[in-house]
Design a protein around this ligand. Structure first.
Ligand code: 2AL
Length: 174
């Protein structure tokens, strides 16, 4: 879909297409529609990022709480969104050994207990080793820093999803 088509979408169509750019948070796409017309993918990406950044901490925590655990219950029960399943599979989280699965489950629970939201990382930019490493490292963070870091990961995930949805604008004749 090119940017001209994006700009022609009704808000219902826009939410249909972009509603999961932020995992299970169609509100973000519904709000970002108001920023049309967009000039490029980067423009759309900025609009998503600015909306997320404008949320109060409780809103940011709410966005994080809509993310499924990595290699968690949703993966086991096959209830992940297609986006999340593709991202988690690509990072090797669907082929964890028993010990790795156990370790990520324990660390995810410790993280949620400490911060009140799930550990979120852009799986497409990581693999299971770096994810486990980041999870144990970030457990030691303080709440304020971790909230900022986690929201940065949400925006990375969103950027990659937007790039998969919108084809780059070709300058001049295609
Ligand atoms: N808790 C998470 O980090 N979830 C996810 N990371 C991704 O890249 N996709 C997800 O669903």
């Amino acid at each position: 879909m090119d940017i001209a088509v994006v700009n022609s979408l009704s808000y219902e169509q826009f939410v249909e297409v972009f509603g999961n750019a932020v995992e299970k948070c169609p509100l973000v796409a519904a709000a970002v529609w108001s920023s049309r017309p967009f000039t490029s993918i980067a423009d759309i990406d900025d609009a998503f990022g600015h909306f997320i950044d404008s949320l109060p901490d409780s809103g940011k925590e709410g966005v994080l709480r809509c993310h499924p655990d990595l290699a968690g219950r949703d993966l086991q029960s096959g209830t992940l969104t297609a986006d999340s399943l593709a991202e988690q599979s690509q990072a090797g989280l669907t082929q964890l050994g028993v010990a790795e699965a156990e370790r990520i489950a324990v660390l995810n629970s410790q993280y949620k207990l400490r911060f009140g939201f799930p550990f979120v990382i852009c799986a497409r930019m990581n693999d299971k080793t770096s994810i486990l490493q980041q999870l144990s490292q970030r457990l030691a963070s303080d709440h304020a820093h971790e909230l900022t870091h986690a929201i940065g990961e949400v925006k990375r995930i969103c950027s990659l999803r937007l790039q998969a949805l919108v084809c780059p604008t070709h300058l001049g004749p295609a």
